[in-house]
Design a protein around this ligand. Sequence first.
Ligand code: HGY
Ligand code: MN
Ligand code: MN
Length: 416
Amino acid sequence: MPAPGENLRINSTRLWNSLMEMALIGPGLAGGCNRQTLTDADSEGRHLFAGWCKAAGMTMGVDTMGNMFATRAGTDPSALPVYMGSHLDTQPTGGKYDGVLGVLGALEVVRTMNDIGVQTKHPIVVTNWTNEEGARFAPAMLASGVFAGIHSQDYAYSRIDPEGLRFGDELARIGWVGDEVVGARRMHAMLELHIEQGPILEAEGKSIGVVTHGQGLWWLEITLTGKDAHTGSTPMHLRVNAGLGMARITERVHQIAMSHQPNAVGAVGQVFVHPNSRNVIPGKVVFTVDIRSPDQAKLDAMKAEVMRAAHAVAAELGLGCGIEDVGHFDPVTFDAGLVKIVRQSAEKLGHSHMDIVSGAGHDACWINRVAPTVMVMCPCVDGLSHNEAEEISPEWAAAGTDVLLHAVLEVAQVVS
Ligand code: HGY
Ligand code: MN
Ligand code: MN
């Protein structure tokens, strides 16, 4: 006689329909999503998620960072809950699945448990972490970082978006400041389902990524100051061109990442040019360098080399140079016991799988500081993400969510 829940599979049609319904909120211009954190679209998505959680019989808690926690009771209310979840906010030109699969996959796990009345010893909590992307308000994983004690709430509330709006004011404006003290909750474990956002699983023909580690990251915001001047009448030797400095540093970032291969990456993704007029030599540029590696020594070395290169280029061109750390976490090792449970769940379900290091940052990287944590990944088409054309198959979504279901049933201990 199989143990209760042994043959359980999620309802993949229900999951896919929920993903498609959420994707209609904050639609992008090219088929993806633009549901940036603390916008009205984010709030609308939150309300849709909250309504689904209520319909699934869960009780909702919200903390002062807007993190949402929907609880399904366990048989032992004194047992610490098992958390699952990810994020509903998206990049400005984001896809339909980055983060959303982890939140709605976790909801589908609860819906499936409800279908046959599975009871677990530990309560189960489905989570939506605020501002995972860091696109509007840096750094990424801001609210899970406050929850894990990495950032103060005052720091988080003070973060400013490109329009000069304040995180704390925007959270209040959309009405999602909760009454729970952020970080007060204790967890038995946290499991996050996420698309890979890279090409490895698809290329290897694997349906499941068993995430053993996450690479570390630095976001360095560099401000170069030169002199606005006429692009036509200013002789070349009299120019103090901040735009030229940015171009040279951008090239150096690429060279530095290439010099630390394998397992090192670097790029500049966000640039603000002032005054950004066709016939004015830029007197000021502000841009963010994103460098990452799973190897601590490489990550540290790249940061030092980028800092040196930036100051050297600025000196060559007579530019002022300021560098601010606007995001950082060191390489992460996830909980070995949970990794084993995820791997065994994939094997039990007959899904092809491989161990993998996460190239992207995730809320799990911070929660790993305060509770045993692991991630489950599914492939995405051509490894593409942070692009409106991001795509996964319903089969991949179902496989990842089935693995999440069985891993959670194991960790939360099925009672009946
Ligand atoms: O930047 C990241 O890796 C994540 O997508 N926020
Ligand atoms: Mn994500
Ligand atoms: Mn993302």
